[in-house]
Structures are given as structure tokens and as C-alpha cells.
Unconditional design. Structure first.
Length: 402
């Protein structure tokens, strides 16, 4: 069977694809319009909204790391998944039934960031359940992750048409809330019960301090920073795309949406194709060349935005982006063998590193030059990160360090 057939045939993988797919619906409903609702609709000052984003980033990182370590300590993954899914549903519901500045801060600064840890928990379970399918592990993981790209894109298309018909932007919390309730129901009904799985899930027994110390080991921290530098190019792209198109003659927000949608659309088939090459090419090498491809679209964006050739750049963007979306997950799992929850939590730490690097590159690039220099600076940092990762793993058959 192919990985896609396995995902449809095996209940736990089918459930995980549903979980990740529902998270795509939630993310596409709640996050693209966060700034519009907070600043324009609810009247939060821009400085206050920025503080909400900082709070959300901190809460997401702390929660993901602590829950990842706790799930490895106790092997109580179903219980933690139910709790975090419930918190997410409460967060969306708060904005549906009691919208306002205070609810906005609580929902977007605390409750939704806590719920975002389900992503890591799902891929920790995916790693454990894949023990019986070693030859298909990468393919199963890529197929499950592709579910988020598909649903994210579909929901963006839905809201594009809905807003065109005059829908209120606050309704995004209603759709996000319904998807959150569906997620809670799916986990309740189909997430395997703790201690009753068909695969080994032994509690690590590590204390919190010992588990945190492992994350701080130089060989782990180095790779985390390198991958953070690589994925910072994706963060910078999302910052620059709307700005570049808005300042280009003949372009507008519709072009931005089309470009982002095409990039996301290319990612889906490439996610399904990527695993067949992993048996022949080392993961750090794929990450390096994926980064080079992705950076080519980032650097070209300010120069080609007014040209028809800009649409051709969505192809390397989609192909290179897959390497940054999929490969770090399995890379961390191999880095922290036996602790899938902790490995998944490193994705949140990576995002924090990427956000910081992208913010610094954006500030420095604009201070020195313009968008073109900013894109080049961010692209250079990403390639250096990919090169650093390749050098760190050069000659190593497997990156297992734990």
C-alpha cells in the first residue's frame, strides 16, 4: 500500500489526518483576520495588539514544551489532547458569545495558543503509531500534514467568497468554534486510550529539569537555531508579500491572496511526493536544497511582483516550502529518540526562533535599504542556517543524539 492508502485504511492515521485537517480549518478561520478584528473592529491600539502577539508566542512555546515533556513522562496523551482541545473550543466560544477587547486578549493571547499544542501532540502520536510501518513513516507523516494545507486553502477560499457577499468578519470565530467542537468530538471518540494502544509508549520518567536540560544541550540547541533560521524565511515571506504587492503598480490584495493560495496549493502534491526521495537523499541535504529553492522566490518577490513571471515563482516556493514544513518534524523525532512529545514541542521553540530572526531581518533590512534588501538579507540567513545544519550532520548516518 502507498502511504496515502495506509492513512485511509488505518483508523489512528485516519483520525490524525482529521485532527490536523480540522486544525487547518481553525487556523484559516482565526489567524488571517486577527489583526483586522483586534485593531479595526474592537479598537485595540496597535501597541496593545503587538503585546497580545508577544503573549501568544510565549504561551504557545511554554505550553508546547511543558505538555510535550509531561506527555512523555506520563504517557497520558489522550487526556492532554482532550484538555487542550476543550480549551481551544472555549477560546473560540468566548469570542462568539462575549466579543470584546478582554475576550480578544484572553482568546488570542492565552486560550488559542494553549490549544495550538495539539499539533505537536498529534505528530507525537503519529510517530508512536508508525512503529509498525517503518518503511512508510515519512510518507504517513507527510500525508497527515498535507491535510492541513488542503483544509487551510479551502477555508481561505470560502472566506474570500463569503466576505465578497458581505459576511461579517466576526463570523470567523463561529466557524473556528464549530471546527474546534468537531476537533474535541473527534479526539473524544477516536483518540486511542492511554495504556491501551497497539504500540509501545513507555513513560520516560524524566523529571522536568532533566528533560529541559536535554533541550539545552549544545548539539540540540545548535540544530534548533539552524532550523529556526531556515524557517524564518517563511515568516519573512508572509510579512513582505502583502507589502510588496500593495506597493506595486497594478497589484492589490487580490494578487496577494492569489499568490499565497498558489504557493499553498503547490505544497500539497509535493508533500505527497517528498517521502519517496527521503530513502535516497539525507534529510539535511533536502532541507538545504529546499531552502535554496524557497529563498529564490523570496528574493525574486520584490523584483518580479509587477511581472507575469512572479506566478512562476510559486512553483519553487511550494516545492521548497515543503522541506521546511515536513522535514523538521521527523528531524526532531530522530534527534530526541523515545521522547516524541518533547520532539514535537521543539517545533514551537523553532517558531519562536524563526519569528525573532525574521523580525530582526525585517527591521535591519528596512533600516538599511528597502524590501529587496530585506528579502536578500532574510534569504541569506536562511541559507546559512541550512548550511549550518548540513555541516553539523555531515558524515552522520543518523542524526540521533539522544
Amino acid at each position: 500500500m502507498t502511504a496515502l492508502q495506509t492513512v485511509f485504511a488505518v483508523p489512528v492515521f485516519r483520525m490524525l489526518a482529521g485532527v490536523i485537517g480540522l486544525m487547518g480549518l481553525i487556523n484559516a478561520s482565526l489567524y488571517p483576520y486577527q489583526s483586522l478584528i483586534g485593531i479595526e473592529v474592537l479598537g485595540l491600539p496597535e501597541a496593545a495588539f503587538a503585546l497580545v502577539l508577544v503573549l501568544a508566542s510565549g504561551v504557545a512555546v511554554v505550553t508546547s514544551v511543558l505538555l510535550g515533556i509531561l506527555s512523555d513522562q506520563k504517557a497520558n496523551r489522550r487526556r492532554l489532547a482532550l484538555i487542550t482541545a476543550l480549551i481551544g473550543a472555549l477560546g473560540a466560544g468566548l469570542m462568539v458569545f462575549a466579543p470584546g477587547p478582554v475576550s480578544f486578549v484572553l482568546t488570542n493571547g492565552i486560550l488559542l495558543p494553549v490549544a495550538s499544542s495539539i499539533f505537536g501532540q498529534a505528530f507525537a502520536l503519529n510517530r508512536l503509531a508508525s512503529q509498525g510501518y517503518p518503511a512508510q513513516r515519512e510518507g504517513i507523516q507527510a500525508t497527515v500534514r498535507a491535510a492541513m494545507s488542503v483544509t487551510f486553502l479551502l477555508m481561505l477560499v470560502f472566506w474570500t467568497f463569503a466576505f465578497g457577499q458581505g459576511a461579517d468578519v466576526m463570523l470567523t470565530y463561529a466557524s473556528g468554534g464549530l471546527a474546534s467542537l468537531a476537533l474535541l468530538a473527534l479526539i473524544w471518540g477516536f483518540w486511542p486510550r492511554d495504556g491501551q494502544t497497539g504500540w509501545a509508549d513507555q513513560p520516560s520518567g524524566l523529571r522536568l529539569g532533566a528533560a529541559l536540560a536535554q533541550l539545552a544541550r549544545p548539539e540540540v540547541a545548535l540544530r534548533l537555531v539552524c532550523l529556526g533560521a531556515v524557517t524564518s524565511s517563511g515568516v519573512l515571506y508572509m510579512i513582505l508579500a502583502a507589502l510588496v504587492f500593495s506597493e506595486t503598480t497594478g497589484r492589490d490584495a487580490a494578487d496577494t491572496a492569489l499568490y499565497v493560495g498558489l504557493v499553498a496549493g503547490w505544497e500539497v502534491p509535493f508533500m505527497l511526493l517528498l517521502p519517496r526521495y527521503l530513502a535516497h537523499v539525507p534529510r539535511p541535504t533536502l532541507i538545504f536544497w529546499g531552502t535554496v529553492l524557497y529563498v529564490s522566490h523570496l528574493v525574486a518577490l520584490p523584483f518580479l511582483a509587477g511581472s507575469v513571471w512572479i506566478w512562476a515563482m510559486t512553483l519553487p516556493a511550494g516545492l521548497g516550502g515543503v522541506a521546511m514544513l515536513i522535514l523538521p518534524i521527523s528531524y526532531y523525532q530522530d534527534l530526541m529518540v523515545g521522547r516524541p512529545g518533547t520532539a514535537a514541542s521543539m517545533l514551537a521553540l523553532q517558531k519562536l526562533v524563526a519569528d525573532v530572526i525574521a523580525a530582526l531581518a525585517f527591521s535591519a533590512g528596512l533600516a538599511i535599504g528597502g524590501y529587496a534588501l530585506t528579502a536578500a538579507l532574510g534569504g541569506g540567513i536562511a541559507i546559512l542556517g541550512a548550511l549550518g545544519l548540513w555541516l553539523a550532520d555531515r558524515g552522520r548516518i543518523s542524526p540521533e543524539l539522544a
